[in-house]
Design a protein around this ligand. Structure first.
Ligand code: GA4
Length: 321
């Protein structure tokens, strides 16, 4: 069967995907740091390999996700508002996607797992989500500490401590994009999740072996990200752009659907606690590079995020002066 790859939208250029940096976390430490900093400054996006998460942990999570999405709609709807279909956010954004959006702290996972696995408190679903979330959180912390070191920040845990905090507002999202070729062979809308940047600190994304993710360098220039079973994709979020005083850039990205195959992605969004102040460490604010943003809390940022549309650039609201 010939698979149709997502078509460029009008006035868009699709660049080759071998531009995307791949960082081997097992290579020499100073080399890893250099590559991560470069990719975060230039693209706000890179892949990591040799990340240490076992295939079993990933496969079990993926299996749990697929079996949830295979349930009848009436059962999936019982998991609302964690479960949603087509509606993204609260302001009218729509995509060809259904999803589970779970708070990544343990008690919330336990709560929603009860609904998803018909009240069995020891269900596989709960164990699998906890195991996967813990594992990706570790990788996120390792990467954030390498980033801090690469930027010359003396407290290398300045970013990672926010997502390690017991009150961290991190979330895990499973997105399922059903195939979008209609019975009459015409394509319906093939945007699964429209263009946006992630509001949090760092996103770690893994997808099944179906393409669809694209990142944007500048408006209208898109790079498809090939699925890679060995790799995790790392996105810089808005909060990390602010906390690096603009050294790192939050990447705009979107997900297209496939005509014939189901795509599922699993994204961990590492976020600070609601009351955390979002400010750059002093070493990144200098007379020649004064603070680009005014101080605010993650609660302020989250509120602004949810009052806007998916594609809006909310970071602008927090610029200094
Ligand atoms: C994008 C990144 C995460 O998926 C998410 C999304 C959130 C949601 O689906 O509820 C948002 C979107 C995301 C940014 C703008 C607002 C909020 C939908 C939306 C229209 C969970 C997040 O944190 O921000």
């Amino acid at each position: 069967m010939v698979l149709a790859s997502p078509k460029p939208m009008r006035n868009e250029t699709i660049l080759p995907n071998d531009l995307i940096p791949i960082v081997d976390l097992k290579s020499e430490r100073s080399e890893v740091i250099k590559q991560i900093v470069k990719a975060s400054e230039e693209y706000g996006f890179f892949k990591v390999i040799n990340h240490g998460i076992s295939d079993g942990t990933i496969e079990k999570m993926e299996e749990a996700g697929f079996s949830f999405f295979a349930k009848p709609m009436s059962q999936k709807k019982q998991a609302a508002p964690a479960y949603g279909c087509k509606n993204i956010g609260f302001n009218g954004d729509i995509g060809e996607v259904e999803y589970l959006l779970l708070n990544a702290n343990t008690s919330s996972i336990a709560q929603i797992s009860k609904t998803i696995s018909n009240d069995d408190p020891h269900s596989n679903f709960r164990c699998r989500v906890s195991e996967y979330t813990e594992a990706v959180k570790e990788v996120a912390c390792e990467i954030l500490e390498l980033m801090a070191e690469g930027l010359g920040v003396p407290d290398t845990k300045v970013f990672s401590s926010l997502i390690k905090d017991i009150d961290s507002d991190s979330v895990l999202r499973l997105n399922h994009y059903p195939p979008t070729l209609n019975k009459d062979k015409s394509h319906s809308n093939n945007v699964g999740f429209g263009e946006h940047s992630d509001p949090q600190i760092l996103t770690i994304l893994r997808s099944n072996d179906v393409s669809g993710l694209q990142i944007s360098l500048q408006h209208g220039l898109w790079i498809p990200v090939n699925p890679d079973p060995e790799a995790l994709c790392i996105n810089i979020g808005d909060v990390l752009e602010v906390m690096t005083n603009g050294r790192f850039v939050s990447v705009r990205h979107r997900a297209m659907t496939n005509s014939y195959k189901s795509r599922m992605s699993m994204a961990y969004f590492g976020a600070p606690p609601l009351n955390a102040s979002i400010v750059a460490p002093p070493v990144l604010v200098t007379p020649t590079r004064p603070s680009l943003f005014r101080p605010f809390t993650w609660a302020d940022y989250k509120k602004a995020t949810y009052s806007l549309r998916l594609g809006d650039t909310r970071i602008q609201l927090f610029r200094a002066n």
